[in-house]
Design a protein around this ligand. Structure first.
Ligand code: FDA
Length: 512
Protein backbone atom coordinates (compact mmCIF):
# COMPACT_ATOMS: atom_id res chain seq x y z
CA UNK A 1 0.00 0.00 0.00
CA UNK A 2 1.84 3.13 -1.20
CA UNK A 3 0.47 5.45 1.40
CA UNK A 4 1.40 3.20 4.32
CA UNK A 5 4.87 2.77 2.88
CA UNK A 6 5.07 6.52 2.50
CA UNK A 7 4.15 7.07 6.16
CA UNK A 8 6.69 4.44 7.27
CA UNK A 9 9.36 6.13 5.15
CA UNK A 10 8.55 9.44 6.80
CA UNK A 11 8.70 8.06 10.34
CA UNK A 12 12.01 6.35 9.66
CA UNK A 13 13.59 9.24 7.83
CA UNK A 14 17.07 10.19 9.13
CA UNK A 15 17.09 13.14 11.55
CA UNK A 16 13.33 13.46 11.46
CA UNK A 17 11.92 15.19 14.52
CA UNK A 18 9.81 13.17 16.97
CA UNK A 19 6.81 15.35 16.39
CA UNK A 20 6.36 14.03 12.84
CA UNK A 21 3.52 11.72 13.89
CA UNK A 22 1.58 14.78 15.12
CA UNK A 23 1.58 16.35 11.68
CA UNK A 24 0.67 13.36 9.51
CA UNK A 25 -3.01 12.75 8.74
CA UNK A 26 -4.20 9.69 6.86
CA UNK A 27 -7.82 9.39 5.73
CA UNK A 28 -8.75 7.45 8.86
CA UNK A 29 -7.43 10.16 11.18
CA UNK A 30 -10.32 11.96 12.91
CA UNK A 31 -8.78 15.38 12.11
CA UNK A 32 -8.17 14.61 8.42
CA UNK A 33 -11.25 16.40 7.06
CA UNK A 34 -10.81 19.34 9.37
CA UNK A 35 -7.21 19.90 8.28
CA UNK A 36 -8.08 19.41 4.61
CA UNK A 37 -11.01 21.85 4.69
CA UNK A 38 -9.26 24.53 6.68
CA UNK A 39 -7.99 26.50 3.68
CA UNK A 40 -10.14 25.21 0.84
CA UNK A 41 -11.01 28.73 -0.25
CA UNK A 42 -13.03 27.67 -3.27
CA UNK A 43 -16.02 25.56 -2.12
CA UNK A 44 -16.43 24.27 -5.67
CA UNK A 45 -13.82 21.71 -4.59
CA UNK A 46 -15.12 20.90 -1.11
CA UNK A 47 -16.77 17.67 -2.18
CA UNK A 48 -14.14 16.65 -4.65
CA UNK A 49 -13.48 12.91 -4.55
CA UNK A 50 -9.87 13.54 -5.55
CA UNK A 51 -8.58 13.87 -2.01
CA UNK A 52 -5.03 13.41 -0.73
CA UNK A 53 -4.08 9.97 0.64
CA UNK A 54 -2.05 11.68 3.32
CA UNK A 55 -1.76 15.25 4.60
CA UNK A 56 1.50 16.45 6.13
CA UNK A 57 1.62 19.83 7.90
CA UNK A 58 5.37 20.18 8.49
CA UNK A 59 6.86 22.17 11.34
CA UNK A 60 10.36 22.39 9.89
CA UNK A 61 12.52 21.95 6.82
CA UNK A 62 13.46 18.32 7.54
CA UNK A 63 9.80 17.32 7.56
CA UNK A 64 9.30 18.99 4.17
CA UNK A 65 12.28 17.36 2.53
CA UNK A 66 11.38 13.95 3.97
CA UNK A 67 7.90 14.37 2.46
CA UNK A 68 9.41 15.18 -0.94
CA UNK A 69 11.81 12.23 -0.88
CA UNK A 70 9.35 9.67 0.53
CA UNK A 71 6.63 10.65 -1.97
CA UNK A 72 8.99 9.99 -4.85
CA UNK A 73 10.13 6.69 -3.38
CA UNK A 74 6.58 5.42 -3.06
CA UNK A 75 5.09 6.72 -6.29
CA UNK A 76 2.97 9.51 -4.86
CA UNK A 77 2.71 13.03 -6.21
CA UNK A 78 2.74 16.16 -4.09
CA UNK A 79 0.48 19.17 -3.97
CA UNK A 80 1.90 22.07 -1.96
CA UNK A 81 -0.54 24.39 -0.25
CA UNK A 82 0.22 27.68 1.44
CA UNK A 83 -2.99 29.74 1.72
CA UNK A 84 -5.23 27.52 -0.42
CA UNK A 85 -6.55 30.36 -2.61
CA UNK A 86 -5.81 28.70 -5.94
CA UNK A 87 -8.88 29.33 -8.13
CA UNK A 88 -8.84 25.80 -9.53
CA UNK A 89 -7.89 24.07 -6.29
CA UNK A 90 -4.58 22.86 -7.71
CA UNK A 91 -2.94 23.10 -4.29
CA UNK A 92 -5.17 20.42 -2.76
CA UNK A 93 -7.04 18.48 -5.50
CA UNK A 94 -5.52 15.94 -7.90
CA UNK A 95 -6.76 13.05 -10.02
CA UNK A 96 -3.70 10.98 -9.06
CA UNK A 97 -2.62 9.43 -5.73
CA UNK A 98 -1.00 12.29 -3.85
CA UNK A 99 0.25 13.76 -0.60
CA UNK A 100 -0.92 17.20 0.47
CA UNK A 101 2.03 19.18 1.82
CA UNK A 102 0.26 21.90 3.75
CA UNK A 103 2.54 24.71 4.93
CA UNK A 104 0.06 26.40 7.24
CA UNK A 105 2.27 25.77 10.29
CA UNK A 106 5.06 27.81 8.72
CA UNK A 107 3.83 31.29 9.58
CA UNK A 108 6.90 33.05 10.91
CA UNK A 109 7.57 36.63 9.94
CA UNK A 110 10.72 38.52 10.97
CA UNK A 111 10.67 42.22 10.15
CA UNK A 112 13.93 44.16 10.34
CA UNK A 113 13.08 47.84 10.17
CA UNK A 114 16.73 48.91 10.06
CA UNK A 115 17.55 47.11 6.84
CA UNK A 116 13.95 47.55 5.62
CA UNK A 117 13.60 43.86 4.90
CA UNK A 118 11.58 40.95 6.19
CA UNK A 119 11.78 37.16 6.04
CA UNK A 120 8.34 35.64 5.70
CA UNK A 121 7.45 31.96 5.59
CA UNK A 122 5.20 30.65 2.82
CA UNK A 123 2.38 29.60 5.15
CA UNK A 124 1.88 33.13 6.50
CA UNK A 125 -0.85 35.31 5.02
CA UNK A 126 -0.69 38.76 3.44
CA UNK A 127 -2.67 40.15 6.38
CA UNK A 128 -0.16 38.78 8.86
CA UNK A 129 2.74 40.26 6.90
CA UNK A 130 1.10 43.69 6.71
CA UNK A 131 0.22 43.62 10.40
CA UNK A 132 3.76 42.60 11.49
CA UNK A 133 5.29 45.36 9.37
CA UNK A 134 2.93 47.92 10.90
CA UNK A 135 3.89 46.79 14.40
CA UNK A 136 7.48 47.75 13.65
CA UNK A 137 7.07 50.88 11.56
CA UNK A 138 4.39 53.36 10.46
CA UNK A 139 6.35 54.33 7.37
CA UNK A 140 7.09 50.96 5.80
CA UNK A 141 4.76 48.77 3.80
CA UNK A 142 4.75 46.00 1.22
CA UNK A 143 3.15 46.01 -2.26
CA UNK A 144 1.12 42.80 -2.49
CA UNK A 145 -2.53 41.71 -2.82
CA UNK A 146 -5.61 43.16 -1.19
CA UNK A 147 -7.13 40.13 0.50
CA UNK A 148 -5.73 39.44 3.98
CA UNK A 149 -6.21 35.66 3.88
CA UNK A 150 -4.18 35.04 0.70
CA UNK A 151 -1.13 32.83 1.31
CA UNK A 152 2.42 34.07 0.75
CA UNK A 153 3.62 30.90 -1.04
CA UNK A 154 1.25 30.93 -3.99
CA UNK A 155 0.91 34.70 -4.19
CA UNK A 156 4.61 35.63 -4.34
CA UNK A 157 5.47 32.80 -6.72
CA UNK A 158 2.81 33.93 -9.21
CA UNK A 159 3.47 37.71 -9.07
CA UNK A 160 1.04 39.30 -6.61
CA UNK A 161 -0.33 42.80 -6.94
CA UNK A 162 -2.40 45.27 -4.99
CA UNK A 163 -3.03 48.99 -4.89
CA UNK A 164 0.65 49.98 -4.66
CA UNK A 165 1.48 48.20 -7.93
CA UNK A 166 1.82 51.46 -9.87
CA UNK A 167 4.36 52.80 -7.40
CA UNK A 168 6.28 49.64 -6.47
CA UNK A 169 5.39 46.84 -8.91
CA UNK A 170 4.36 43.36 -7.85
CA UNK A 171 5.20 41.42 -4.70
CA UNK A 172 7.58 39.25 -6.73
CA UNK A 173 9.46 42.39 -7.90
CA UNK A 174 10.33 43.04 -4.27
CA UNK A 175 11.59 39.57 -3.36
CA UNK A 176 15.36 39.58 -2.81
CA UNK A 177 16.06 36.08 -1.49
CA UNK A 178 14.25 32.80 -0.80
CA UNK A 179 14.78 29.24 0.39
CA UNK A 180 13.54 26.43 -1.80
CA UNK A 181 13.71 22.67 -1.28
CA UNK A 182 14.34 21.00 -4.61
CA UNK A 183 13.38 17.57 -5.92
CA UNK A 184 16.55 16.04 -4.38
CA UNK A 185 15.74 17.40 -0.96
CA UNK A 186 18.37 20.15 -1.02
CA UNK A 187 17.61 23.38 0.81
CA UNK A 188 18.84 26.23 -1.40
CA UNK A 189 19.03 29.98 -0.86
CA UNK A 190 19.30 32.48 -3.70
CA UNK A 191 23.00 31.99 -4.14
CA UNK A 192 22.80 28.21 -4.06
CA UNK A 193 19.78 27.94 -6.35
CA UNK A 194 21.29 30.33 -8.90
CA UNK A 195 19.75 33.27 -10.72
CA UNK A 196 17.76 31.14 -13.20
CA UNK A 197 15.72 29.32 -10.58
CA UNK A 198 15.41 32.47 -8.47
CA UNK A 199 14.06 34.20 -11.59
CA UNK A 200 11.58 31.37 -12.22
CA UNK A 201 9.98 31.37 -8.77
CA UNK A 202 9.21 35.11 -9.04
CA UNK A 203 6.18 34.84 -11.32
CA UNK A 204 6.36 31.37 -12.82
CA UNK A 205 4.33 29.76 -10.06
CA UNK A 206 6.18 27.83 -7.36
CA UNK A 207 4.57 24.44 -7.84
CA UNK A 208 6.70 23.38 -10.84
CA UNK A 209 10.08 23.85 -9.20
CA UNK A 210 10.07 22.64 -5.61
CA UNK A 211 8.76 23.86 -2.28
CA UNK A 212 9.56 27.41 -1.29
CA UNK A 213 9.94 27.65 2.48
CA UNK A 214 10.38 31.38 2.95
CA UNK A 215 11.07 34.64 1.19
CA UNK A 216 13.15 37.72 1.94
CA UNK A 217 11.43 40.89 0.81
CA UNK A 218 12.38 44.51 0.48
CA UNK A 219 9.95 46.72 2.39
CA UNK A 220 8.91 49.96 0.74
CA UNK A 221 8.54 53.47 2.18
CA UNK A 222 4.98 54.72 2.72
CA UNK A 223 3.86 58.07 4.18
CA UNK A 224 2.50 58.01 7.73
CA UNK A 225 -0.80 59.31 6.33
CA UNK A 226 -2.38 57.84 3.21
CA UNK A 227 -5.85 58.36 1.75
CA UNK A 228 -8.42 55.80 0.60
CA UNK A 229 -11.81 56.03 -1.03
CA UNK A 230 -14.50 53.77 -2.43
CA UNK A 231 -16.97 55.77 -4.52
CA UNK A 232 -19.77 54.08 -6.46
CA UNK A 233 -21.60 55.30 -9.56
CA UNK A 234 -24.43 53.51 -11.33
CA UNK A 235 -25.15 53.72 -15.05
CA UNK A 236 -27.73 56.39 -14.20
CA UNK A 237 -24.95 58.33 -12.50
CA UNK A 238 -22.76 58.30 -15.61
CA UNK A 239 -20.66 55.26 -14.77
CA UNK A 240 -20.00 54.61 -18.47
CA UNK A 241 -18.66 58.11 -19.16
CA UNK A 242 -16.48 58.00 -16.06
CA UNK A 243 -15.03 54.64 -17.09
CA UNK A 244 -14.37 55.94 -20.60
CA UNK A 245 -12.35 58.79 -19.13
CA UNK A 246 -10.74 56.47 -16.59
CA UNK A 247 -9.46 54.29 -19.46
CA UNK A 248 -7.64 57.34 -20.87
CA UNK A 249 -5.99 58.50 -17.66
CA UNK A 250 -5.76 55.68 -15.08
CA UNK A 251 -2.37 54.38 -16.29
CA UNK A 252 -0.90 57.87 -16.69
CA UNK A 253 -1.68 59.34 -13.28
CA UNK A 254 0.87 60.19 -10.64
CA UNK A 255 2.16 56.79 -9.54
CA UNK A 256 1.22 57.44 -5.92
CA UNK A 257 -2.41 56.80 -6.87
CA UNK A 258 -4.12 53.68 -8.12
CA UNK A 259 -7.85 53.68 -8.87
CA UNK A 260 -9.34 50.23 -9.37
CA UNK A 261 -12.83 49.89 -10.85
CA UNK A 262 -15.07 47.14 -9.45
CA UNK A 263 -18.11 46.43 -11.61
CA UNK A 264 -21.14 44.61 -10.28
CA UNK A 265 -24.93 44.50 -10.52
CA UNK A 266 -26.92 46.14 -7.76
CA UNK A 267 -30.48 46.96 -6.91
CA UNK A 268 -30.48 50.75 -7.07
CA UNK A 269 -32.50 52.13 -4.17
CA UNK A 270 -32.70 55.46 -5.95
CA UNK A 271 -34.17 54.04 -9.12
CA UNK A 272 -35.85 50.97 -7.66
CA UNK A 273 -34.40 48.63 -10.27
CA UNK A 274 -31.39 46.56 -11.15
CA UNK A 275 -28.48 48.43 -12.59
CA UNK A 276 -24.75 48.13 -13.20
CA UNK A 277 -22.55 49.87 -10.69
CA UNK A 278 -18.89 50.85 -10.87
CA UNK A 279 -17.04 51.31 -7.60
CA UNK A 280 -13.85 53.35 -7.79
CA UNK A 281 -11.59 51.92 -5.09
CA UNK A 282 -8.41 53.82 -4.48
CA UNK A 283 -5.27 54.17 -2.41
CA UNK A 284 -3.30 57.42 -2.58
CA UNK A 285 0.12 57.56 -0.94
CA UNK A 286 -0.41 61.03 0.50
CA UNK A 287 -2.93 63.24 2.26
CA UNK A 288 -6.37 64.35 1.08
CA UNK A 289 -5.12 67.92 0.45
CA UNK A 290 -2.93 66.62 -2.36
CA UNK A 291 -5.43 64.09 -3.61
CA UNK A 292 -8.38 66.42 -4.28
CA UNK A 293 -6.59 68.72 -6.79
CA UNK A 294 -5.02 65.67 -8.45
CA UNK A 295 -8.48 64.17 -8.99
CA UNK A 296 -9.97 67.48 -10.13
CA UNK A 297 -7.29 67.74 -12.79
CA UNK A 298 -7.35 64.19 -14.02
CA UNK A 299 -10.76 62.63 -13.39
CA UNK A 300 -13.21 65.45 -12.53
CA UNK A 301 -16.03 63.29 -13.98
CA UNK A 302 -15.98 61.19 -10.82
CA UNK A 303 -16.82 64.23 -8.68
CA UNK A 304 -14.68 63.05 -5.78
CA UNK A 305 -15.48 64.98 -2.61
CA UNK A 306 -13.22 65.16 0.42
CA UNK A 307 -16.04 63.59 2.44
CA UNK A 308 -15.64 60.47 0.29
CA UNK A 309 -12.04 60.18 1.43
CA UNK A 310 -10.54 58.68 4.52
CA UNK A 311 -7.10 59.60 5.79
CA UNK A 312 -5.48 56.74 7.65
CA UNK A 313 -2.23 54.89 8.31
CA UNK A 314 -0.90 52.45 5.74
CA UNK A 315 -2.19 49.47 7.76
CA UNK A 316 -5.52 51.30 8.04
CA UNK A 317 -5.63 51.44 4.24
CA UNK A 318 -5.00 47.69 4.06
CA UNK A 319 -7.94 47.11 6.44
CA UNK A 320 -10.12 49.42 4.35
CA UNK A 321 -9.29 47.77 1.02
CA UNK A 322 -9.67 44.26 2.44
CA UNK A 323 -13.08 45.35 3.76
CA UNK A 324 -14.21 46.31 0.24
CA UNK A 325 -13.77 42.67 -0.68
CA UNK A 326 -15.39 41.09 2.35
CA UNK A 327 -18.13 43.68 2.73
CA UNK A 328 -17.36 45.09 6.18
CA UNK A 329 -17.12 48.77 7.15
CA UNK A 330 -13.35 49.21 6.87
CA UNK A 331 -13.10 50.76 10.33
CA UNK A 332 -12.03 47.54 12.01
CA UNK A 333 -8.79 47.46 14.07
CA UNK A 334 -5.55 46.30 12.38
CA UNK A 335 -5.83 42.95 14.22
CA UNK A 336 -8.59 42.05 11.78
CA UNK A 337 -5.79 41.46 9.27
CA UNK A 338 -4.80 38.39 11.30
CA UNK A 339 -8.14 36.71 10.73
CA UNK A 340 -7.52 33.78 8.37
CA UNK A 341 -11.12 32.76 7.85
CA UNK A 342 -13.06 35.95 7.35
CA UNK A 343 -13.65 35.69 3.64
CA UNK A 344 -17.14 34.59 2.66
CA UNK A 345 -16.80 31.09 1.36
CA UNK A 346 -18.51 30.31 -1.87
CA UNK A 347 -17.99 28.30 -4.99
CA UNK A 348 -16.18 30.33 -7.56
CA UNK A 349 -14.61 30.61 -10.98
CA UNK A 350 -12.22 33.34 -12.09
CA UNK A 351 -10.59 34.51 -15.31
CA UNK A 352 -8.32 37.34 -16.38
CA UNK A 353 -7.45 39.60 -19.30
CA UNK A 354 -5.18 42.49 -20.21
CA UNK A 355 -6.33 45.57 -22.13
CA UNK A 356 -4.08 47.57 -24.50
CA UNK A 357 -6.62 49.90 -26.14
CA UNK A 358 -9.53 51.66 -24.44
CA UNK A 359 -12.71 49.62 -24.89
CA UNK A 360 -15.06 51.70 -27.08
CA UNK A 361 -18.37 52.80 -25.62
CA UNK A 362 -20.36 50.23 -27.66
CA UNK A 363 -18.13 47.55 -26.20
CA UNK A 364 -18.86 48.69 -22.67
CA UNK A 365 -22.58 48.94 -23.35
CA UNK A 366 -22.71 45.43 -24.75
CA UNK A 367 -20.90 44.23 -21.65
CA UNK A 368 -23.42 45.96 -19.39
CA UNK A 369 -26.28 44.21 -21.23
CA UNK A 370 -24.63 40.86 -20.74
CA UNK A 371 -24.05 41.53 -17.04
CA UNK A 372 -27.50 42.97 -16.55
CA UNK A 373 -29.15 39.81 -17.86
CA UNK A 374 -26.90 37.41 -15.94
CA UNK A 375 -28.74 34.56 -14.24
CA UNK A 376 -26.14 34.19 -11.52
CA UNK A 377 -25.97 34.89 -7.80
CA UNK A 378 -22.94 37.10 -7.80
CA UNK A 379 -20.31 38.35 -10.21
CA UNK A 380 -17.70 41.03 -10.24
CA UNK A 381 -15.29 42.49 -12.77
CA UNK A 382 -12.26 44.41 -11.57
CA UNK A 383 -10.21 46.74 -13.75
CA UNK A 384 -6.76 47.36 -12.25
CA UNK A 385 -4.71 50.09 -13.98
CA UNK A 386 -1.09 49.70 -15.02
CA UNK A 387 1.53 52.41 -15.58
CA UNK A 388 4.18 53.78 -13.25
CA UNK A 389 6.65 51.18 -12.03
CA UNK A 390 4.97 48.42 -14.07
CA UNK A 391 6.12 50.16 -17.27
CA UNK A 392 9.69 50.57 -16.03
CA UNK A 393 10.37 46.88 -15.39
CA UNK A 394 11.17 44.80 -18.46
CA UNK A 395 9.20 41.71 -19.42
CA UNK A 396 12.17 39.44 -18.69
CA UNK A 397 13.35 41.00 -15.41
CA UNK A 398 11.50 38.30 -13.46
CA UNK A 399 9.28 35.54 -14.83
CA UNK A 400 6.05 37.50 -14.23
CA UNK A 401 5.81 38.99 -17.75
CA UNK A 402 2.90 41.43 -18.07
CA UNK A 403 4.38 44.94 -18.18
CA UNK A 404 4.32 47.80 -20.70
CA UNK A 405 1.73 47.96 -23.42
CA UNK A 406 -1.22 47.35 -21.13
CA UNK A 407 -3.55 50.04 -19.84
CA UNK A 408 -5.18 47.77 -17.32
CA UNK A 409 -5.74 44.25 -16.13
CA UNK A 410 -9.20 42.64 -15.81
CA UNK A 411 -10.27 40.13 -13.22
CA UNK A 412 -13.57 38.31 -13.78
CA UNK A 413 -15.15 36.46 -10.91
CA UNK A 414 -18.40 34.63 -10.33
CA UNK A 415 -19.41 33.29 -6.92
CA UNK A 416 -22.36 31.20 -5.85
CA UNK A 417 -23.60 29.34 -2.77
CA UNK A 418 -26.42 27.19 -4.07
CA UNK A 419 -25.67 23.46 -4.43
CA UNK A 420 -26.01 21.40 -7.59
CA UNK A 421 -24.23 20.64 -10.84
CA UNK A 422 -26.70 22.50 -12.98
CA UNK A 423 -26.30 25.66 -10.88
CA UNK A 424 -22.52 25.34 -11.08
CA UNK A 425 -22.70 24.87 -14.85
CA UNK A 426 -24.87 27.94 -15.25
CA UNK A 427 -22.38 30.10 -13.35
CA UNK A 428 -19.40 28.70 -15.23
CA UNK A 429 -21.18 29.20 -18.55
CA UNK A 430 -21.92 32.79 -17.68
CA UNK A 431 -18.31 33.73 -16.98
CA UNK A 432 -17.19 31.89 -20.13
CA UNK A 433 -19.73 33.84 -22.14
CA UNK A 434 -18.44 37.14 -20.74
CA UNK A 435 -14.87 36.07 -21.54
CA UNK A 436 -15.88 35.21 -25.10
CA UNK A 437 -17.67 38.51 -25.50
CA UNK A 438 -14.52 40.39 -24.41
CA UNK A 439 -12.24 38.77 -26.97
CA UNK A 440 -12.19 41.64 -29.51
CA UNK A 441 -11.39 44.19 -26.81
CA UNK A 442 -8.46 42.59 -25.03
CA UNK A 443 -4.89 41.46 -25.77
CA UNK A 444 -4.45 38.75 -28.39
CA UNK A 445 -1.77 36.38 -29.72
CA UNK A 446 -1.40 35.51 -27.01
CA UNK A 447 -4.50 36.54 -25.07
CA UNK A 448 -2.60 37.29 -21.86
CA UNK A 449 -3.73 35.79 -18.55
CA UNK A 450 -2.51 35.99 -14.95
CA UNK A 451 -1.31 32.73 -13.41
CA UNK A 452 -2.51 33.74 -9.95
CA UNK A 453 -6.04 33.88 -11.38
CA UNK A 454 -5.66 30.27 -12.42
CA UNK A 455 -8.02 29.19 -15.18
CA UNK A 456 -7.94 25.63 -16.51
CA UNK A 457 -10.21 26.62 -19.44
CA UNK A 458 -7.20 28.07 -21.25
CA UNK A 459 -5.55 24.64 -21.50
CA UNK A 460 -4.17 21.81 -19.39
CA UNK A 461 -1.41 19.21 -19.41
CA UNK A 462 -2.40 15.55 -19.78
CA UNK A 463 -1.91 14.23 -16.28
CA UNK A 464 1.05 16.51 -15.97
CA UNK A 465 2.88 15.07 -19.02
CA UNK A 466 2.63 17.39 -21.96
CA UNK A 467 5.23 18.57 -24.43
CA UNK A 468 6.41 22.14 -24.40
CA UNK A 469 4.79 22.64 -27.80
CA UNK A 470 1.38 21.51 -26.51
CA UNK A 471 1.74 23.42 -23.26
CA UNK A 472 2.37 26.63 -25.22
CA UNK A 473 -1.41 26.89 -25.66
CA UNK A 474 -1.78 28.01 -22.06
CA UNK A 475 1.86 28.75 -21.23
CA UNK A 476 2.26 31.68 -23.60
CA UNK A 477 -0.88 33.27 -22.16
CA UNK A 478 0.48 33.23 -18.64
CA UNK A 479 4.16 33.79 -19.38
CA UNK A 480 4.50 35.09 -22.95
CA UNK A 481 8.19 35.28 -23.95
CA UNK A 482 9.28 33.97 -20.55
CA UNK A 483 7.66 30.58 -21.07
CA UNK A 484 10.60 29.01 -22.90
CA UNK A 485 13.09 30.09 -20.23
CA UNK A 486 10.76 28.72 -17.55
CA UNK A 487 10.76 25.38 -19.39
CA UNK A 488 14.56 25.49 -19.57
CA UNK A 489 14.81 26.10 -15.82
CA UNK A 490 12.30 23.32 -15.19
CA UNK A 491 14.31 20.89 -17.34
CA UNK A 492 17.43 21.71 -15.36
CA UNK A 493 16.03 21.54 -11.82
CA UNK A 494 13.36 18.82 -12.15
CA UNK A 495 14.25 16.81 -15.29
CA UNK A 496 11.96 13.90 -14.38
CA UNK A 497 9.01 16.23 -13.89
CA UNK A 498 8.17 15.15 -10.35
CA UNK A 499 6.58 18.49 -9.46
CA UNK A 500 3.75 18.46 -11.94
CA UNK A 501 0.10 19.36 -12.20
CA UNK A 502 -2.52 20.39 -14.77
CA UNK A 503 -0.65 23.61 -15.51
CA UNK A 504 2.91 22.95 -14.40
CA UNK A 505 5.80 24.11 -16.56
CA UNK A 506 6.80 21.27 -18.93
CA UNK A 507 10.32 19.96 -19.42
CA UNK A 508 11.91 20.41 -22.84
CA UNK A 509 12.73 17.49 -25.10
CA UNK A 510 16.03 17.54 -26.99
CA UNK A 511 14.43 18.82 -30.23
CA UNK A 512 12.66 21.61 -28.38
P1 FDA B 1 -2.39 28.03 -2.78
O1 FDA B 1 -1.87 27.48 -1.51
O2 FDA B 1 -3.69 27.51 -3.29
O3 FDA B 1 -1.26 27.89 -3.89
C1 FDA B 1 -1.40 28.35 -5.22
C2 FDA B 1 -0.41 27.64 -6.13
O4 FDA B 1 0.92 27.85 -5.69
C3 FDA B 1 -0.59 26.12 -6.16
O5 FDA B 1 -0.19 25.65 -7.42
C4 FDA B 1 0.38 25.66 -5.11
O6 FDA B 1 0.78 24.31 -5.25
C5 FDA B 1 1.54 26.61 -5.29
N1 FDA B 1 2.26 26.86 -4.04
C6 FDA B 1 1.73 27.36 -2.90
N2 FDA B 1 2.68 27.48 -1.96
C7 FDA B 1 3.83 27.03 -2.51
C8 FDA B 1 5.16 26.91 -2.01
N3 FDA B 1 5.48 27.29 -0.78
N4 FDA B 1 6.10 26.39 -2.82
C9 FDA B 1 5.79 26.01 -4.09
N5 FDA B 1 4.54 26.12 -4.61
C10 FDA B 1 3.57 26.63 -3.83
N6 FDA B 1 -3.96 37.94 -6.40
C11 FDA B 1 -3.37 39.15 -6.54
O7 FDA B 1 -2.35 39.28 -7.22
N7 FDA B 1 -3.89 40.24 -5.91
C12 FDA B 1 -4.97 40.16 -5.12
O8 FDA B 1 -5.39 41.17 -4.56
C13 FDA B 1 -5.60 38.89 -4.95
N8 FDA B 1 -6.71 38.74 -4.17
C14 FDA B 1 -7.29 37.51 -4.02
C15 FDA B 1 -8.42 37.36 -3.22
C16 FDA B 1 -9.04 36.12 -3.06
C17 FDA B 1 -10.25 35.99 -2.19
C18 FDA B 1 -8.51 34.99 -3.75
C19 FDA B 1 -9.17 33.66 -3.63
C20 FDA B 1 -7.38 35.14 -4.55
C21 FDA B 1 -6.77 36.38 -4.69
N9 FDA B 1 -5.63 36.54 -5.49
C22 FDA B 1 -5.05 37.79 -5.61
C23 FDA B 1 -5.04 35.40 -6.18
C24 FDA B 1 -3.91 34.79 -5.36
O9 FDA B 1 -2.76 35.60 -5.52
C25 FDA B 1 -3.58 33.38 -5.84
O10 FDA B 1 -4.70 32.56 -5.70
C26 FDA B 1 -2.38 32.80 -5.07
O11 FDA B 1 -1.79 31.78 -5.83
C27 FDA B 1 -2.80 32.29 -3.72
O12 FDA B 1 -1.73 31.86 -2.95
P2 FDA B 1 -2.03 30.78 -1.81
O13 FDA B 1 -0.74 30.44 -1.18
O14 FDA B 1 -3.16 31.26 -0.95
O15 FDA B 1 -2.62 29.61 -2.69
Amino acid sequence: DPHQNFVQCLYNYPNITNSISNVVYTQTNSSYSYVLDLTIQNRRFSNSSSKPLVIVTPLDVTQILATIICSQRHGLQIRTRSGGHDYEGLSYVAEVPFVLLDLSNLQQIAVDEESRTAWVQSGATLGELYYRISQKSKTLGFPAGVCASVGIGGHFSGGGYGLMMRKYGTAADNVIDAHIIDVNGNLLDRQAMGEDLFWAIRGGGGASFGVIVDWKVKLVPVPSTVTVFNVSRTLEENATEIIQKWQLVANKLDERIMIRVDISRVNSSQHGKLTIQASFVSLFLGGVEDLIPLMQNSLPELGLDRNDCKETSWIGSAVFINAVLIGTSGNEPPETMLNRTQIYLGKGKGKSDYVSQPIPVEGLQGLWRLLYDAKVENFQLQFAPYGGRMYEISESEISFPHRSGYIYHIHYGVIWQEEGDEIAQRHMNFIRKVYKYMEPYVSNSPRAAYVNYRDLDIGVNNNGYTSYTQAKIWGLKYFNNNFKRLARVKTKVDPDNFFRNEQSIPTLSIEE
